[in-house]
Design a protein around this ligand. Structure first.
Ligand code: ADP
Length: 588
């Protein structure tokens, strides 16, 4: 802008000054010539007077030669009426051609004087000619002509030209400097505004420009600063809002995906990435069908884009992990479809719980039904079949009824116990429990059973391992694990109970050389009613709730349990319970 201003105004000014100088010079030159003409006319008059009475051409020649002696540079020519040269101070008269057609002579014939400027062919110089027609010639001379070489007057003219040129150059220079100064004054704030605007466009908000005074440019700078400040505030607010929104969306347990009308992904939160397992790490900007292959999801998006009502679909997601997903798809508001938002809930746990609940109801019904059916059948046989009268049969039936009633009793006791632990209503009496004492006590209770089956029940561990737990619960845990080890280990097998301290925990391990648990069943053995071999477990009097109770008890006491097993080689259960936290003894 600065250079454009300088260019425009500078060129205009220089052109104006040059034109002015040129016109001025021409006018002055013309004026000078007129002055010379006037002087020459006066000279002519004097020459005319001087020549009066002289008729002889030689005399005339002599006279004019004398005249130019005092005025070198001047040329005098005398002509007859017909234009023939009578005498001349520059050339010999008879060598000169007829001058009748010379412009100054033609002019002098009609007017008093005639003048002309031209290059003289005889002396090869720019000359000014002034001629006079003598009104009453007393001799042969009809025309007197004087001429002066212009270079005689060129010097003052050249001086004048130099003066004009120098003044014009000075004026032009000064004007240029002033133009530059003004241009700079105008262009600088505008340039600053332009640069600041460019920086803002590049994302560097809050730019300011500094300008003082009252001009429009200063007003522009002020408005620009206001705008820049407001823009920075707005952008910061927008960024904060966006950041907040992003944080909220990232922290959501639901997956969120925003799509445009062409199903191009505009936004996707972290959870959605996990749930939908996109085919690319950067799905934003890609079409949904490029990064997600599941047909049912694409269908629901299509429906959401075409229909006004929000769509909901439950999917079984077959990706790297099997999941149950519930997808809500809603169209963005507006007449023409602008896009859709998908909210994806992971309902895997919910579905699993639902399945577990219905399985549990089915299992409980089944567990209750089996002993009840036996009891009912026995009682009917006793009452209606007449078995009550037969003491042998009666005893068998009554024993069966008693067994089944016991089974029902244990089942209900286990279920209630499990329900209490799960509901958190079981009250634990936390205290220091020595693992050695607990293991010994439980093993003493089970030893007779082990011996009856020729099984070895060995224990190993130091006396000083103590855990922070409920004693009854520890007994129940050990009882269940040792009971299972005895149940699922053939006669003459070996059951070993070991305990030790490890880090912050006391550990106890029940290892047997029994039938083992197949790898596919191992992760499920802590589920309620889950049994590897249902018939065998029932036959052994198990309820299928033992390990479930053990796991819940261990967890309620902030511990953990794990199992490793090899089919036909044996199983090892390891329980970890926290050790008591050392409390500093208060100083007396
Ligand atoms: P149950 O009353 O049937 O023993 P549990 O909950 O105690 O129920 O155990 C669940 C299942 O885990 C059992 O049915 C059995 O199949 C398996 N199991 C538990 N302990 C052992 C073990 N020591 N060896 C082999 N299988 C075991």
């Amino acid at each position: 802008m600065f250079w454009r201003l300088i260019g425009t105004y500078g060129v205009l000014t220089v052109a104006a000054i040059t034109l002015l100088g040129f016109v001025l010079e021409r006018r002055v030159e013309r004026h000078e010539q007129q002055l010379i003409e006037k002087t020459l006319q006066t000279r002519l008059v004097r020459v005319d007077i001087d020549l009066r009475g002289i008729r002889d051409p030689a005399q005339l020649q002599k006279r004019i030669d004398e005249m130019i002696e005092v005025e070198p540079g001047l040329r005098i020519t005398l002509l007859r009426e017909d234009g023939e040269v009578l005498a001349d101070t520059a050339e010999e008269a008879d060598r000169l051609v007829n001058h009748a057609t010379r412009q100054e002579i033609v002019q002098a014939r009609t007017q008093a004087f005639g003048s002309h400027i031209r290059r003289s062919s005889s002396i090869d110089k720019e000359m000014i000619y002034v001629a006079k027609h003598r009104e009453n010639p007393e001799g042969p001379v009809a025309f007197v002509r004087v001429a002066l070489a212009l270079d005689q007057v060129a010097e003052p003219l050249a001086d004048l030209r130099r003066l004009v040129t120098t003044s014009a150059a000075l004026a032009a220079g000064l004007t240029l400097i002033l133009t530059a100064w003004f241009s700079r004054r105008i262009a600088r704030p505008i340039q600053e505004v332009a640069q600041a605007a460019e920086r803002i466009a590049a994302g560097d908000y809050g730019q300011k420009v500094y300008a003082s005074g009252q001009s429009e440019v200063v007003r522009l700078a002020r408005s620009f600063n206001n705008m820049s400040e407001r823009l920075e505030e707005q952008i910061t607010k927008l960024e904060d809002d966006q950041e907040q929104l992003r944080a909220i969306l990232s922290g959501m347990v639901e997956g969120v995906v925003a799509l445009d009308a062409e199903q191009r992904i505009l936004f996707v939160n972290e959870r959605a990435r996990q749930l939908l397992e996109f085919a690319t790490p950067s799905p934003v900007g890609r079409k949904l069908w490029d990064v997600v292959r599941q047909r049912s999801l694409l269908d629901v998006v299509q429906r959401a884009l075409t229909e006004r009502e929000p769509q909901r679909v439950e999917l079984n997601w077959h990706g790297l992990t099997q999941r149950s997903l519930t997808v809500h798809a809603a169209r963005l508001p507006g007449e023409i479809p602008r896009g859709a938002v998908l909210v994806i809930h992971d309902t895997t746990d919910l579905r699993r719980l639902e399945r577990l609940r219905s399985e549990f109801v089915a299992n409980v019904s089944h567990e209750l039904k089996t002993p009840l059916t036996v009891i009912k059948t026995c009682m009917e046989t006793l009452l209606e079949g007449g078995a009550a009268e037969d003491p042998n049969h009666r005893r068998t039936f009554l024993e069966q009824v008693s067994d089944q009633a016991n089974r029902l009793h244990y089942l209900i006791v286990d279920m209630l116990s499990l329900a209490r632990i799960e509901a958190g209503t079981e009250v634990f009496d936390f205290r220091e429990v020595a693992l050695a004492e607990a293991v010994e006590l439980v093993c003493d209770r089970q030893r007779a059973r082990a011996e009856s089956r020729n099984q070895t029940l060995a224990i190993e561990g130091s006396d000083d391992v103590v855990v922070w737990a409920d004693e009854e619960a520890v007994f129940q845990i050990l009882d269940n694990l040792i009971d299972n080890a005895l149940k699922y280990t053939p006669v003459q097998g070996r059951i070993q109970v070991r305990w030790w301290a490890e880090g912050q925990h006391g550990c106890v391990e029940v290892r047997d050389t029994g039938i083992g648990i197949p790898a596919q069943d191992l992760p499920r053995i802590f589920e309620r009613f889950y049994r590897v071999d249902k018939a065998r477990s029932r036959e052994m009097g198990g309820t299928g709730l033992g390990l479930s109770i053990v796991k819940h008890l261990v967890q309620a006491m902030h511990g953990s349990i794990s199992a490793v097993s090899q089919v036909n080689e044996g199983t090892t259960f390891t329980v970890r319970l926290p050790q008591p936290v050392e409390t500093p003894t208060p100083s007396v």
